[in-house]
Design a protein around this ligand. Structure first.
Ligand SMILES: Nc1ncnc2c1ncn2[C@@H]1O[C@H](COP(=O)(O)OP(=O)(O)OP(=O)(O)O)[C@@H](O)[C@H]1O
Ligand SMILES: [Mg+2]
Length: 266
């Protein structure tokens, strides 16, 4: 069974894309067949791997009324274990294109079904909103991962995300689980980071990953070189932290499966 992990937080600039790219690369590095899907019209995850000129078909063609098969959009990266389903600006039109269509929230779920056999993990990067793109991601997913920036007002707004998560769990996708919350852009020298870490831990408790992603300039630089942190600066703190996060993610996903099998067997 493929784990499909949506990376979401409607707050902008909290490290969703940085997490989606580098977590996907770190999971691929652990030998899992991984697909990164870019559902953000800003296409930052896509630009981190390709020049937009190379992107002839995108997730817009898959989710929109062209109904292009997912397999025709997926592109290989330098890492044979990691493929990408590209985003592009046209995705911003999807809200209008899908308006009033009864299957609007299910487009990604339906499109993914035929390719799931080829992947162990699918990571979905989403835009900073709770619109139709993020809803499609959550309806198609098995897990939600929430990056929260270690900054004041970081938790504000997560209520809306959690409410959307609960509503999607109630009806279209009861199998959706909260995989975890990861603190990003952490700066151990500042009180702001320490204070918010304490607040986030108080609110999210066990759900919080042990790994924190620190502020690290290498993480900012690597997309410009079309590399993930694992190849750009393999010894940097960013690379080490995203590998640790990947280990925690695999543990949580694969552990929950073992537990479910044990329950089923009992
Ligand atoms: N740990 C980090 N250390 C240093 N810079 C970071 C780190 N994480 C993210 N950044 C930088 O912060 C900015 C915002 O990060 P990112 O694009 O990942 O956030 P986002 O949540 O995807 O944003 P958006 O909501 O616009 O999609 C980017 O310039 C990115 O390079
Ligand atoms: Mg982003």
């Amino acid at each position: 069974m493929t784990a499909i992990i949506t990376v979401a937080n409607q707050k902008g600039g909290v490290g969703k894309t940085t997490t989606a790219i580098n977590l996907a690369a770190a999971i691929a590095n652990k030998g899992r067949r991984t697909l990164l899907i870019d559902l953000d019209p800003q296409a930052n995850s896509t630009i981190a791997f390709f020049n937009m000129g190379e992107v002839t078909a995108s997730m817009f063609d898959v989710l929109g009324d062209a109904h292009l098969p997912m397999a025709e959009v997926i592109k290989p990266t330098k890492d044979p274990m990691l493929n990408v389903g590209s985003g592009r600006l046209a995705l911003a039109k999807l809200e209008t294109v899908l308006a009033g269509q009864f299957d609007a929230p299910y487009r990604l779920k339906d499109a993914l079904a035929p390719v799931l056999k080829d992947y162990d993990y699918v990571i979905v990067d989403t835009p900073p909103s709770l619109g139709i793109l993020t809803v499609n991601a959550l309806v198609a997913s098995t897990h939600l991962l929430v990056p929260i920036q270690a900054a004041y007002f970081a938790i504000e707004g997560t209520d809306d995300l959690l409410e959307t998560y609960e509503r999607i769990r109630a009806r279209p996708n009861p199998q959706l689980k909260m995989l975890g919350v990861v603190i990003t852009l952490y700066d151990k020298r500042t009180n702001i980071s320490k204070d918010t870490h304490g607040q986030i831990r108080a609110v999210f408790g066990e759900v919080l990953f042990k790994t924190k992603i620190g502020k690290n300039v290498r993480l900012e630089e690597s997309p410009a070189y079309k590399e993930t942190i694992l190849t750009f600066a393999p010894k940097s703190p960013g690379a080490v932290e995203y590998k640790k996060l990947a280990a925690e993610v695999l543990h949580r996903v694969e552990e929950s499966r073992v537990a479910r099998h044990a329950e089923d067997a009992a």
